[in-house]
Write a protein of this length. Structure first.
Length: 366
């Protein structure tokens, strides 16, 4: 028999003791278990890791986010103190590039304090290294509600996809929670709860109620989205959420596991692979807006980055680059904007939120 990881042993123990485990609980353990969770023990990012993200593809990404934050700060009335909050900063690359870009705006640079929300000790250490040389004050927190009150600009790239997702499966009469059990052969396997989820259909968007049998509907706890909305509505500020996902709530399974840049079975090597699911931007917006913030978008990442001027920035960088570096800039641009299979331009969406007193945010103009 193959060796089981310590996390798999623990998951099996829990299933044996308490019965099948909801998908969200499984995902939360796989990613965030304090001892064996995927993010807690390793550095998943980069060419040698399991996946690569936009800020790791090109410095242009973080630079444009920096300029976006500076423009939004002005729209907020240029408050003397502004909290720049990033959820799930990975290597800290986006923040490093953003802060470098805003050095040309001393008033904004001097008004900001950076707050990074990170659960992983390994990645937090990496963020400390990345941001070490900066003069900007950087503070770390485990959760958004630990950041002191006051106006804030919140940014999150590929954060929400890593939050645990619940799944329900439609049967002839009702929806049942999807769970993980130990099957007859002794393997972890998907199953569905015998009892239906009470009144689940009422919570679904009308189109999803008509879905055929066996359809899967995914949803997340709205806690973080509501925290963002509450903060913005109470203290002023704005938020930017970039992730892969769909514009409207719909049925469909998007739970996926990735290890070393290839798809993997989410039930093998728990804790050893990344597990994510698409972000439902409609559900996200509903939760943020319910707290009193205004929503913008979502727009496709390609459209957002073009509106912020990524092509002009690429041309400026290329003008100073060797031909080899210029080719790298072109391929980074193609990846960030591309609508083909390898491109992020279409699958990735960008949504923003702001206090109701703030007009249309950069990148979301009508
Ligand atoms: N934004 C980065 C990293 C994306 S990976 C980039 O674009 O490169 C997801 C990040 O979110 C990691 O830093 C991970 O450790 C962090 N993370 C995941 N779940 C979290 C949670 N519940 N609270 C705080 N950070 C979390």
């Amino acid at each position: 028999m193959d060796e089981r990881s310590p996390l798999e042993v623990e998951i099996r123990r829990r299933i044996t003791a308490a019965g099948p485990m909801p998908v969200a609980e499984y995902m939360a353990l796989c990613l965030g278990d304090a001892e064996h969770g995927y993010y807690m023990t390793r550095d998943p990012l980069g060419a040698r890791g399991d996946f690569i993200t936009a800020p790791e593809i090109s410095q242009m990404f973080g630079e444009l986010i920096g300029l976006w934050m500076a423009a939004v700060w002005k729209q907020l009335g240029a408050p003397e103190n502004i909290r720049i909050i990033e959820l799930g900063p990975g290597h800290g690359t986006m923040m490093k590039d953003a802060l470098r870009a805003v050095q040309v705006m001393p008033a904004f640079r001097d008004a900001l304090v950076v707050h990074l929300i990170e659960i992983s000790p390994a990645l937090r250490a990496q963020q400390e290294r990345t941001l070490d040389a900066l003069t900007t004050q950087v503070l770390w927190h485990a959760a958004l509600d630990e950041v002191p009150n006051g106006p804030a600009i919140i940014v999150a790239n590929e954060f929400f996809d890593a939050l645990p997702v619940n799944q329900a499966v439609k049967s002839e009469r009702a929806w049942h929670e999807r769970q993980i059990e130990i099957d007859f052969a002794g393997n972890l396997a998907f199953t569905v709860a015998r009892d239906p989820l009470p009144r689940f259909e009422m919570l679904l968007p009308p189109a999803a109620r008509q879905a055929p049998e066996q359809s899967i509907f995914e949803w997340r706890a709205d806690t973080v989205a509501m925290d963002i909305g509450r903060r913005i509505a109470d203290d002023g500020g704005a938020a930017l959420v970039i992730d892969y996902g769909h514009v409207e709530s719909a049925v469909g399974e998007t739970l996926q596991a990735v290890g070393q840049h290839a798809y993997a079975d989410p039930l093998t090597t728990p804790g050893g692979i990344d597990i994510t699911a698409h972000v439902d931007f409609q559900a996200l917006a509903r939760a943020v807006e319910a707290m009193g913030a205004n929503g913008f978008g979502p727009v496709e990442q390609s459209q957002f980055l073009r509106r912020l001027g990524i092509e002009t920035r690429a041309a400026a960088l290329k003008a100073k680059a060797t031909s080899r570096a210029a080719a790298d800039i072109d391929s980074a641009l193609a990846r960030l904007l591309g609508h083909d299979r390898t491109g992020m331009g279409m699958l990735f969406k960008v949504a923003a939120f702001a206090h109701p007193s703030v007009g249309a945010l950069p990148g979301f103009e009508a």
